[in-house]
Design a binder for this molecule. Structure first.
Ligand SMILES: *[C@@H]1O[C@H](CO)[C@@H](O)[C@H](O)[C@H]1NC(C)=O
Ligand SMILES: *[C@@H]1O[C@H](CO)[C@@H](O)[C@H](O)[C@H]1NC(C)=O
Ligand SMILES: *[C@@H]1O[C@H](CO)[C@@H](O)[C@H](O)[C@H]1NC(C)=O
Ligand SMILES: *[C@@H]1O[C@H](CO)[C@@H](O)[C@H](O)[C@H]1NC(C)=O
Ligand SMILES: *[C@@H]1O[C@H](CO)[C@@H](O)[C@H](O)[C@H]1NC(C)=O
Ligand SMILES: *[C@@H]1O[C@H](CO)[C@@H](O)[C@H](O)[C@H]1NC(C)=O
Length: 623
């Protein structure tokens, strides 16, 4: 009898300690689309409460998945579902879903659509059809694999991810599978894939494909990654993050027989009492930790505390932005880029902002925009313009940046008077700063971002003439790749576009490297590449640079206003690097990491550049 109680207690303790891992990450997204809020005490609220409690009660069933609609034929209908990770016990699943139901109403108090993910469960509701593929959240493990191992690692990943997702998809019942493989004699890689059980094989297949497709962007080289999509998720790590006992269908608790002796009873009783005390402490600790996590965003720390609830503080009211920019008046307009116009604004509190009003051509959903803008805000680097927040109201999608008082680089570089301010040390500092900012976008931030429109007018100069790259991440927020594939609309600026991008729409970090090369040549010569291009002279800037290079007169390229102030070595090295960047074959172009290294260290020997891509042979892109 007492053994029975103790075992029950043990079971309970096991469940609570597992419950700790339930909380190890919490990510949510409240929809802001159309500002569809429900009124307190409305029918919708009542329906939502019914929904959440029926989800919670069904979570104790062994399926680990349930979807239902409350009042399907009323205008206040609400549909919701939860999915528990395939290896969770019903008890853990229920505690996770219960926590999720409570937390989602706390975090999204009056939204008609929300989603929340915990480590072992996901819960979602909406008053309209649920798009199973948005929002998605990529989480990269901060530790990375050694460069020398990357190729082999990637090959293993591709293989194993195909295996594990294929296996998950063919399961009857839970579409859930795990797999492990020995990467080295001492390191094992663990994989998990899961899709919502009642979905068709073909939709799960395409969900898994897109989840795997996010990996290069978010998690290239990461030792672990998690991609959360409402319909499916994948994860891999170098440690067993799922319950291997359940997965290999061994019983969780050894079968108990009645013939345990008294020694065992004592041996278990003491730990139980200790554990009970710990449990009480643990609960307080958990509560504290949990509530602390909700306010912080530890994306780079351990990638477990993503909290999109901070989003609320990043949101700007459209009315406030209209007031700040005098309703987007022309006199406030300070620029126009591939994705929309930029306005200067002054907020009611006196803060100056730059407002980018995105063209309303994006196919992207509001949740996704919000999601990504929140991630972009976390990108911080001294050579990037800071994104302060965003606004999403009706058809408006707006990004709000810090305002940089000095003008953009082109306003100095191509102005006969102002270019004199840019002596060689300043220009060199700008080249190095832009390289560092680009490196951060490409490799050092958790998201791999391809700028796609790097040019002099997108480099802003602060009061100390430090360069700050602007407009980064817009391509990502716009899902530029997809937009371009679907509409063949190529965003970018003539003269800066690599040939493979301008002609075939191929985008990679190397297309940014090409633009960087053109920018460096412009900084050195003080001449606009597009000027030469548009005047249809036989010599564009690249051939002009190349000719001087092959004739061993590289210093001829220097802007005449630099005479006297430049360092010969630095200038020649910059020209050399620029020529490496604008080579026709993307694979010959160095990466930003190599470029930063080349700029920092003279001990790095530079390869000889090949003839640059000729701008003159390029087809005019559709714009
Ligand atoms: C909603 O109902 C609660 C309890 O019934 C009540 O205290 C509260 O004032 C109501 N709120 C509104 C806005 O009617
Ligand atoms: C599951 O939810 C439905 C309502 O959607 C409810 O009728 C049913 O009783 C629930 N099942 C359990 C086991 O609670
Ligand atoms: C369910 O709710 C949505 C959003 O409120 C509404 O557009 C739809 O018409 C509702 N369905 C029914 C059958 O009333
Ligand atoms: C609920 O929605 C309204 C808009 O209808 C908003 O003003 C209010 O701040 C929201 N309440 C909470 C608690 O977020
Ligand atoms: C990241 O990977 C390391 C090494 O495999 C592991 O110890 C750590 O727990 C992982 N972090 C997360 C959040 O999974
Ligand atoms: C969203 O707003 C547009 C117009 O702004 C309207 O046509 C559409 O019906 C709204 N959608 C929902 C779900 O309320």
């Amino acid at each position: 009898m007492s053994i029975f109680i103790i075992l029950t207690l043990l079971g309970f303790l096991r469940f609570t300690s597992e419950a700790a891992s339930v909380f190890s990450f919490t990510i949510h997204s409240c929809s802001t689309s159309n500002r569809t809020y429900f009124e307190p005490n409305s029918t919708f609220q009542a329906n939502l409460n019914v929904l959440l409690s029926s989800l919670t009660s069904n979570a104790s069933l062994p399926d680990g998945y349930y979807r239902t609609t409350v009042s399907p034929s009323s205008p206040s209908n609400v549909t919701g579902l939860f999915l528990c990770r395939g290896d969770t016990t019903p008890a853990v699943c229920q505690s996770c879903v219960a926590a999720a139901s409570m937390e989602i109403t706390r975090r999204c108090p009056n939204q008609t659509e929300s989603i929340i993910w915990y480590n072992v469960c996901m819960l979602r509701y909406s008053n309209r059809d649920l798009n199973p593929l948005v929002p998605y959240v990529p989480l990269g493990n901060i530790s990375t694999i050694a460069i020398s191992e990357r190729d082999r690692f990637d090959a293993v990943l591709v293989n194993m991810l195909n295996d594990v997702t294929g296996k998950a998809n063919t399961q009857t019942g839970k579409k859930f599978a795990t797999a492990e493989v020995d990467f080295t004699s001492s390191e094992t890689l663990y994989f998990l894939a899961q899709c919502i059980p009642d979905s068709s094989n073909s939709i799960c297949y395409s969900c898994f494909r897109s989840a795997i497709g996010f990996l290069p962007d978010c998690c290239s080289g990461s030792k672990g990654a998690t991609i959360l999509v409402p319909l499916c998720n994948i994860r891999y790590e170098f440690y067993p993050f799922y319950n291997r006992a359940v997965v290999s269908s061994e019983p969780l608790v050894p079968p108990t027989s009645g013939s345990r002796n008294i020694l065992l009873l004592v041996a278990t009783l003491v730990p139980v009492l200790v554990a009970l005390a710990l449990l009480v402490l643990g609960c307080c600790f958990l509560r504290k930790r949990a509530s602390k996590k909700y306010n912080t965003y530890t994306f780079t720390e351990d990638s477990t505390g993503i909290d999109l609830s901070g989003i609320e503080s990043l949101k700007f009211e459209l009315a406030a932005i209209e007031a700040a920019t005098k309703k987007f008046s022309d006199e406030n307009k300070i620029g126009q880029g591939g994705y929309g116009a930029v306005y200067k604004g002054i907020l009611a509190n006196g803060q100056e902002i730059a407002v980018k009003r995105l063209l309303a051509t994006s196919l992207q959903g509001a949740l996704e925009f919000t999601n990504e803008a929140a991630l972009m805000v976390k990108l911080q680097h001294r050579n990037l313009v800071r994104l302060l927040g965003f606004c999403l109201e009706g058809q408006e999608k707006i990004l709000v940046y810090e305002y940089i008082p000095n003008k953009s680089l082109d306003k100095f570089l191509f102005d006969l008077q102002r270019k004199r301010i840019l002596d060689w040390p300043k220009r060199y500092k700008i080249i190095v700063g832009v390289a560092r900012g680009m490196l951060y976008l490409h490799e050092d931030s958790q998201l791999r971002i391809i700028h796609r429109d790097l040019k002099a007018s997108n480099v802003l100069l602060d009061a100390n003439m430090n360069p700050k790259i602007s407009d980064f991440g817009v391509a990502k927020i716009f899902h530029g790749d997809q937009t371009q594939l679907n509409t063949r609309r190529i965003v970018g600026t003539r003269g800066y576009m690599s040939p493979e991008y301008a002609m075939r729409g191929q985008i990679s970090v190397k297309s940014d490297v090409f633009s960087f090369g053109v920018l460096v040549l412009e900084i050195i010569t003080g001449q606009k590449n597009t000027d030469l291009y548009q005047s249809h002279q036989a010599n564009d800037l690249l051939s002009y640079a190349w000719n001087n290079w092959t004739q061993k007169t590289p210093l001829e390229l220097l802007d005449p206003t630099l005479r006297g102030s430049y360092s010969r070595n630095e200038a020649i090295r910059c020209i050399h690097i620029a020529l490496l960047c604008v080579q026709e074959n993307p694979s010959y172009r160095p990466t930003m990491a190599t470029i930063v290294l080349m700029l920092n260290s003279y001990s790095v020997t530079l390869p000889l550049p090949q003839k640059p891509a000729s701008l003159m042979h390029r087809r005019t892109p559709d714009r």
